[in-house]
Design a protein around this ligand. Sequence first.
Ligand SMILES: [Fe+2]
Length: 231
Amino acid sequence: MPDFLDTSTCRTGSRRWTGCPTADYHPARVPTPIVRFGPALNDYRQDDGRLDAARHWRDAEAARAAWQRAGMRPDPIAVSLARIGSAWGAAVTTATIGGRAVFGGTLREINAGALVHYDDINREFPTGLFDQEIVAQLAFNVWVTVPATGGATTVWRHRWEPADERHREAYGYRPETVEHSQHISLAPELGDGLLFNPANFHAVEPNPTGRRIAFAFFLGLTTTGQLIAWS
Ligand SMILES: [Fe+2]
C-alpha cells in the first residue's frame, strides 16, 4: 500500500520512539540482530508451548507506559489500525487473554536482515492463547525510516511442510527451502504499508547503510468475522 502513512506521521514515529527502551532478540538464537520496542508474544513462549504470562504482562505494561510517555501524536499504530478498520468495515480491536488486552504493536529496526521464516500464532501456541479464535493471520508493516538501498522484504509462495525441517537454521530456514518457489520482493519506501500472509515464508535482506525501521503488528480474523491485532 503506497503512502499508507504520510511523511509527517512517519517522522513523528521514528523520532519519538528513540526514547523508548528497546530490546535485542536473544543473540544465541538470532544470528541477525533485530532491535525492537514492544514485546512480541512469541518471545514469551515456553517449551511446553504456553505463554510465560507473568513475564509477558510485566513487559507489556512497561511497554504501554513507555509508549504513552513517548507521546506519539499521531500514533502510527493507532492510525494504521484505524485505516485498516475502516477498510474492513469494523474497528480492529486488540487481542485479549483472559479479558486482558495484549500489547498491540511493535517498532522494529532490522538492518542486518531477517532469516527465511514464517509466523503462525496457532502453531506457536498450539493450545490456544487468545480469548478469540483465529482462522487466518496477516502481518502488517509500515516503514517510517528507510535505507537508500537494500532492506527488501521477500515473500515466497511456500508454506511450511515437513521437508523444510531439513533446512532449519536458528529461528528460520536456509534459503534452499524456498529456492524453487515463486516470490515477490518489495524494497521499503517511506510510509508504505505491507499486509501479507505470514504463513508464507518471508525474509528481509540486509541494508548496507542507513536504517530500516517499521511499525509492525499481526492481525487475526476471528470466527465471528472481527479483526484483532497483537504483536
Ligand atoms: Fe515474520
